[in-house]
Design a protein around this ligand. Structure first.
Ligand code: ZN
Length: 203
């Protein structure tokens, strides 16, 4: 990505642009269901872990920086602008796998074709990032990548445990025990058991 981020509108500036006109361009946007009070990825609908009780929508959305990128539709290097009409909030995962688009239409199709966020990933990030809301942007980016890498590994382990791999079952039991203890120490209830994970994936 070339160009200067200083020329770019804030996340809230981008949202202000889309609020009145998203349904013509992004008909399946999460805002249609939940409104604008919680910052979300325009592609997968992942909710950023921010304090949504802040006084204004501007504060709420702008505090999601680092969890949500200001992604260019038409790539900057391929002639795209830094204007709000060419920008959307995307989570790290959706932005990382987005190929540079030479047309706005191609990028809009990419956003609209997004599969809704995996509910395990949403629960996982809610639990992990809730207490980390005050990190600076580069730190958020790094921690998000680290957590995602570990999560992908854990999902592989769960799949192996479901297939009956004994080492995977053992590691998973240990992990769940750790999660349960951590939750108890923080006064939370940890509802997931190994039997839940052996059952179906929540939708
Ligand atoms: Zn996303």
């Amino acid at each position: 990505m070339g160009g200067s981020r200083r020329d770019m509108p804030t996340l809230y500036g981008i949202v202000q642009y889309w609020r009145g006109r998203y349904d013509e361009v992004f008909p399946n946007l999460k805002a249609a269901y939940i409104g604008w009070g919680e910052p979300f990825c325009f592609r997968c609908g992942w909710l950023a872990p921010v304090d949504d009780t802040q006084a204004t929508l501007a504060q709420i959305w702008n505090s999601a920086r680092g969890w949500l990128d200001r992604a260019h539709l038409q790539d900057l290097a391929l002639g795209g602008s830094n204007g709000s009409e060419n920008l959307v909030p995307l989570c790290r995962q959706c932005h990382d796998i987005m190929d540079p688009c030479d047309s706005r239409a191609e990028a809009i199709a990419y956003v609209n074709d997004g599969v809704p966020v995996d509910s395990w990933w949403q629960m996982h990030t809610d639990a992990i990032f809730n207490s980390e809301a005050n990190l600076d942007v580069p730190h958020k980016t790094k921690i998000m990548r680290d957590v995602y890498t570990r999560w992908v590994e854990q999902m592989r382990m769960i799949e192996a445990a479901k297939r009956g791999n004994p080492q995977a079952v053992k590691r998973l039991e240990k992990l769940l025990e750790w999660a349960r203890r951590t939750a108890e120490r923080e006064g939370r209830h940890f509802p997931v058991t190994i039997d839940d994970l052996r059952g179906s994936h929540p939708v």
